[in-house]
Write a protein that binds this ligand. Structure first.
Ligand code: AVJ
Length: 321
């Protein structure tokens, strides 16, 4: 057994032990401390996120499902017949089941997720609902290269990226990601993209700091995960969840704020937290439809369709490669 976090010689060994650890230590070493957003999604995190989607205050999922059910035929028509469907960050695949059932002659479904437990649940759920649809689950970080060349043939590929997950990336990174999706989609490929739209700050703050406290648990689970998986010694009760809207950058940020002056050990390093100091864990950028049209265009996607809920809180957008 390796001794965790105790000695001066520990870091080099521990960095080899887990690829995430070097990034975590680097992120906590910055003037504004931060942690990788993807680490929110372990088994407990995936479950908590699903519960967030059911809270009164988190309107995002409901607005998107409203669009999906109202405009399902039009959306399926845009996808076209004989599509192979790729869904980066699929989670349990709940939203996709409806879309898949509405598609004409879909060839296969390839859900990608970073959390193997949720991918397993996704596979079982889709198998039950659509027993004849070939499934190709891929456990991967969709921001990293993965083997899309190995997928079966189809008339065309459809990239389905709902939930406004694209909003979790800085615009420059979002553009790069959409460019990768274009490569994965190939010639004639389509993209159906979920985009959360700009709205008043109070609504956004409530959505990311819900009254039931589920979002707070979701955010704090990140520290508990570092304790579990990386031998960190975060006192989770000494941090609190915070949602801040940055009006200039049009994004809601999640932070974890230190309730007191304290030190935390991880990966053989010690980090100081002043009382009130925060760790930035997630940004969720909000767009105008036109802004996303331009961003996607710069990544090689031509905007074809715009579907919105009646209150114009959320948009599903259709693009062609
Ligand atoms: C899964 C990225 C769409 O940014 O709205 C929900 C994650 N974070 N509440 C979002 C999230 C806090 C969510 N996405």
């Amino acid at each position: 057994e390796l001794v965790r976090g105790g000695t001066a010689s520990a870091p080099a060994v521990e960095f080899l032990e887990h690829p995430d650890l070097a990034e975590i230590v680097g992120d906590l070493s910055r003037p504004q401390k931060r942690l990788p957003t993807r680490l929110l999604y372990d088994e407990r995190g995936s479950h908590l996120f699903e519960r967030i989607c059911e809270t009164r205050d988190y309107y995002v999922t409901r607005a998107e499902l409203e669009i999906l059910s109202r405009d399902l035929d039009d959306i399926a028509g845009f996808a076209g017949a004989g599509a192979g469907v790729i869904e980066p960050g699929a989670g349990c695949g709940c939203k996709t089941r409806e879309l898949l059932s509405a598609l004409e002659d879909p060839r296969w479904y390839a859900p990608l997720d970073i959390d193997p437990s949720v991918l397993w649940r996704c596979r079982e759920a889709i198998r039950q609902a659509l027993p004849h649809l070939p499934l190709v689950p891929v456990c991967a970080d969709f921001t990293q290269p993965w083997c899309h060349a190995g997928l079966p043939v189809a008339e065309r590929r459809l990239l389905f990226f709902p939930g406004s997950t694209v909003g979790n990336f800085e615009p420059v990174q979002a553009q790069r990601l959409l460019g990768r999706f274009r490569d994965a989609a190939g010639p004639g490929g389509r993209l159906i993209l979920g985009v959360d739209l700009r709205k008043n700050a109070a609504t956004l703050r409530r959505a990311y700091d819900d009254g039931e406290g589920i979002t707070a648990s979701f955010n704090l689970n990140l520290l508990a995960r570092l304790n579990r998986e990386h031998g960190a010694d975060f006192d989770t009760a000494a941090f609190e969840h915070l949602a801040v809207y940055d009006k200039a950058l049009h994004r809601i940020e999640m932070h974890l704020r230190s309730r007191r002056d304290q030190w935390v050990r991880i990966g053989g390093c010690r980090f100081h937290f002043a009382a009130g100091e925060t760790i930035h864990t997630e940004s969720s950028h909000k767009y105008l439809p036109g802004g996303m049209v331009a961003l996607a265009a710069a990544a090689g996607w031509q905007a074809q369709k715009l579907w919105m809920d009646p209150q114009r809180r959320f948009a599903l957008m259709g693009f062609e490669a």
